[in-house]
Design a protein around this ligand. Structure first.
Ligand code: AR6
Length: 185
């Protein structure tokens, strides 16, 4: 599924984000930036050791050894990936009824997209941040993701944003949200 927002394209598809040849792919990382399971593990495996070294350098040089805060984003090269860059962001861990998790999830999308935009990139692929190990219900996360992307793309001339969903079921959930929001596009 594809929708136009200004001159930008928002694409929803089922697939493996490590195979996307957009200028950047986004990693749903944890604050340590040292890798993990899920999409993070898949990206590190496909990119090779250089990615871990680059993440360690960001931790020591730019974060004073601290974790990357939830909702923020940093960029590295893509090493052996088809994408030239990886943008690492940290989604919120789902806790039912807790304040600010929507805002933190929205920050993941807007900060990643802003970083790509500021660096002059024109295409980016996102996974469904926080909806795996971090337990955010995909029905709720998809509304936050799409609303944030649509708002951003409505105000800029970026290029292409892909949501790369790992399962058909997740893709259908995101498509449903876009269909509901089409009136606003
Ligand atoms: N391509 C696209 N999507 C994928 C891929 C892939 N290759 N692999 C998994 N997904 P998760 P989180 C989907 O758990 O919830 C890690 O250990 C997956 O089906 O990867 O943000 C980190 O180090 C799900 O829909 O990320 C953190 O500790 C989505 O990606 C923690 O997990 C996100 O699932 C982050 O948890």
């Amino acid at each position: 599924m594809e929708v136009k927002i200004n001159e930008n394209r928002l694409v929803l598809m089922t697939g493996d984000i490590t195979e996307q040849s957009t200028d950047a792919i986004v990693n749903a990382a944890n604050g340590s930036l040292l890798g993990g399971g899920g999409v993070d593990g898949a990206i590190h495996r496909a990119a090779g050791k250089g990615l871990l070294e680059a993440c360690k350098k960001i931790r020591s040089d730019r974060l004073d050894g601290n974790h990357l805060p939830t909702g923020e984003a940093v960029m590295t090269d893509g090493y052996h990936l088809p994408a030239r860059h990886v943008i690492h962001t940290v989604g919120p861990i789902w806790r039912k009824g807790e304040d600010h998790q929507e805002e933190m999830l929205a920050n993941c999308y807007s900060n990643s997209l802003r970083l790509a935009d500021d660096e002059g990139l024109s295409s980016i692929s996102f996974p469904s941040i926080s909806t795996g190990v971090y337990g955010y219900p995909v029905e709720e996360a998809s509304i936050v993701a799409i609303r944030t992307l649509v708002a951003y793309l409505g105000q800029c001339s970026f290029g292409e944003v892909r949501m790369v969903l790992f399962s058909k079921g997740d893709c259908q959930v995101y498509e449903h949200v876009v269909n509901q929001m089409k009136k606003e596009l």
